[in-house]
Design a protein around this ligand. Structure first.
Ligand code: PLP
Length: 436
């Protein structure tokens, strides 16, 4: 163990219990508290993060994993991933500071934002972060001036029109402009050491990775012709974070492995890495939110004053968190979170009362850290938990034997203590409009 994560950082969940039991206990405690101050909190199963990494190692053995800090920068997540030996992909100075603060060496950090603030480039230079990305001439000029010893990764645009979020709108040089950029870099004595891409999040077609890997090969050839010694291929993120994703992680991994064998075969001297965000954290975080207000509205014309007894009505619940807080994924990430019923709550969607709790699973990605980095404060308390079996697996950095043998279920829960498994009732869905 490298010592990033300690036993005191989380609640140890012993065999026979699950993180769901812990969540029930915490909601009960919060309901009984006289202050009514806690309106929302997370339970984070760090064992689920460990399991995801073992699955990653098994499915993509040639790929070195970096974690995209912007996805969830909570300390428990950063520490467990550092413990697992991951590198960190940072988008700005605040993220670099955060991971350096927990002791991650600069050699394990990539400043992977093609559009950087000069002060942040200077921070990277001063603190030994040498791997940076770029996709345009102006960025090159900034780096020449502020970080001359930087090693640059050229970020190439992808065909991401089918993805839920289109990162190539913002980031990535077209294949056409790559030669020109590589020439300019050579002229300015900037070392270009690799190529990166990001196929966008929620991409329904794993072939997008294969196409981008093929494009990257073309850019490697260009770089070699111009005298750049390129040895890094960065596959970006976009890997699904939930088990029931349209395209499963294993399917994507298989497409990637075939494309790598074709374009970057083993022994070709290229270090393959990926910068995953949602893959690691989505399913690990469960959110409990209390109902803070309840009112009846007319179903068709919610703003109208006049009503008759026969007017159809609907109940609107207001929750203790909203789209400008942990539900920002509704606005920015096309998410549509649906609550499940707590065991202790009444099993009826119309008869909730104030301070009843709703539970939302799969809440780990782009919910924690995004706002807090901007506002400088963490709004929702996070209770970290891990089963003893996951803790022991982390200490040994080994896949537990029973899981190792089960090829089919290798990414499935190992025991009831590993992560939440029991679903009580899928509810009729609180529309994003009601989560305000
Ligand atoms: N890499 C870069 C450059 C990103 O901008 C992002 C997210 O926006 C990621 C990686 C992580 O993406 P995901 O959470 O889809 O894995």
């Amino acid at each position: 163990m490298a010592g990033y994560l300690r036993e005191t950082d989380f609640v140890m969940v012993e065999e026979g219990f699950s993180t769901r039991d812990l969540l029930e206990e915490l909601t009960l405690g919060a309901s009984q508290a006289t202050t009514e101050e806690v309106a929302a909190f997370f339970v984070a199963d760090l064992g689920a993060v460990v399991r995801k990494h073992f699955c990653f190692l098994k499915c993509l053995p040639r790929v070195r994993s970096f974690y995209a800090v912007k996805c969830n920068s909570s300390p428990g997540v950063l520490k467990v991933l550092a413990e697992l030996g991951l590198g960190f992909s940072c988008a700005n100075k605040a993220e670099m500071e955060l991971v350096q603060h927990i002791g991650v060496p600069a050699s394990k950090i990539i400043y992977a934002n093609p559009c950087k603030q000069i002060a942040h480039i200077k921070y990277a230079a001063k603190h030994g972060v040498r791997l940076l990305s770029f996709d345009n001439e102006m960025e090159l000029a900034k780096v020449v001036k502020s970080h001359p010893s930087a090693k640059m990764v050229l970020c190439v645009a992808t065909e991401d029109s089918h993805s839920l979020s289109h990162l190539s709108l913002k980031f990535g040089a077209s294949l056409k402009s790559c030669r020109h950029l590589l020439e300019n870099a050579k002229r300015d004595h900037v070392e270009v050491v690799g190529v990166s891409f990001h196929i966008g999040s929620g991409c329904p077609d794993p072939q997008a990775y294969a196409q981008s890997i093929a494009d990257a090969r073309v850019v490697f050839e260009m770089g070699a012709e111009l005298g750049h010694r390129m040895h890094i291929l960065d596959l970006g993120g976009g890997f699904p974070g939930v088990e029931d994703a349209k395209v499963r992680f294993e399917e994507i991994a298989s497409v990637i492995n075939s494309a790598l064998d074709l374009y970057f075969p083993e022994g070709c001297g290229v270090d393959i890495l990926a910068k995953l965000g949602r893959y690691y954290v989505t399913s690990a975080f469960t959110l409990a939110v209390s109902i803070i207000a309840k009112k009846e509205v007319l179903l068709d014309q919610p703003g109208r004053e006049e009503e008759t007894s026969s007017s159809p009505k609907s109940v609107v619940y207001h929750l203790g968190e909203g789209v400008y807080g942990v539900f920002n994924s509704v606005l920015f990430d096309s998410a549509c979170p649906a609550p499940i019923l707590q065991k202790v709550s009444l099993p009826c969607w119309a008869c909730f009362q104030l301070w009843d709790w709703l539970v939302f699973e799969n809440m780990g990605a782009y919910t924690v850290g995004v706002g807090s980095l901007l506002r400088g404060a963490q709004t929702c308390r996070i209770t970290y938990a891990m089963s003893r079996v996951a803790w022991e697996a982390l200490q040994g950095q080994l896949l537990p034997a029973e899981q190792d043998e089960d090829a089919e279920g290798m990414c499935k829960p190992l025991s009831c203590g590993w992560e939440i498994t029991d679903t009580l009732c899928m509810g009729p869905v609180f529309t994003p409009a009601s989560i305000i």
